[in-house]
Unconditional design. Sequence first.
Length: 318
Amino acid sequence: MAFYSFGTIMGPTLGPVLGGIVNGNLGWRWVFWLAAILAAVAAVGLLFWLPETHQPTIERLLTSEPHESHRNQQHHVRGLLARLPSFDNLRRSLCSAWLLPLKVASHLTCLVPLLMICVFNGTVNMILSSLGTVYQNHFGFPALTVGLSYLGIGFGGISALAFSKKLMQFVATKFPEDEDRKHASLLLLASGALLLPALGLLWYGWSVATHTSWIVPIIGLYFFGFGYMAVQLSLLIFVVESVPGFSGSAGAAFTVASSIGGSIIPLSTFPIYEKVGYGWGNTIIAGIEILLCAASMTMYLWTRKAGAQLPLKVHIHR
């Protein structure tokens, strides 16, 4: 989970830095050429070297027929894999890929955190989509170096990953039962993780509005990035652990929800800033983060009160 989340924070951080360098030296067309080349290399690598990790699938492939030796077992697995691309198998795989994430989202236990990450990721992308413009217009950064303004978010995210590992170990030791551990993660999410992005946004917005030094907003964005990574990792773990045996479908539902919010909500970024300015604009976004904090606390209290009537694990059937 941490490695997956590491990619989601380093992409928006290193992308603008590399994009500024490529755009300044090679031209804007090479930004798209380089992105296409890297995507193609990654796709080919995943196609040939990504192993099967779904335990029931591995067990089904290895135990469908008796084997005399490990070599025969490997030969049988290769034979099964060679028959997978048939039309019926492809149709069933595609239907499962579409329907299982929808089934995950249809359960209230998963729907609430999915709605939270939808709104939260939208507010995050509001900052990411406007940060370069802010540093070019307000601080006079050239296109070649404006991507450096994103490093505060990246360093904050890396710090959150290091801190989250220790925190998760503490929670696992303190609450050995799965249900208690999930309740505790909700409480931590409500009490701290969602408040840090709000604090970082207020720091960032009002330091820009009052024309402070260029480093001051980046310090605020460090706290924003820390909270962003902590919230995303907490919600992802919560959703995946809520659907035992279908972590891939839970991750797909999580990605779709965050992508929907991340693509629609940022459309209002520049109209808000033009209407009320960067100070009050980021105060509005911080208010949304605080509302998400209240929603997380409400979910925590609700699940504690509901008890067995609202289990924190759901069972998905194909």
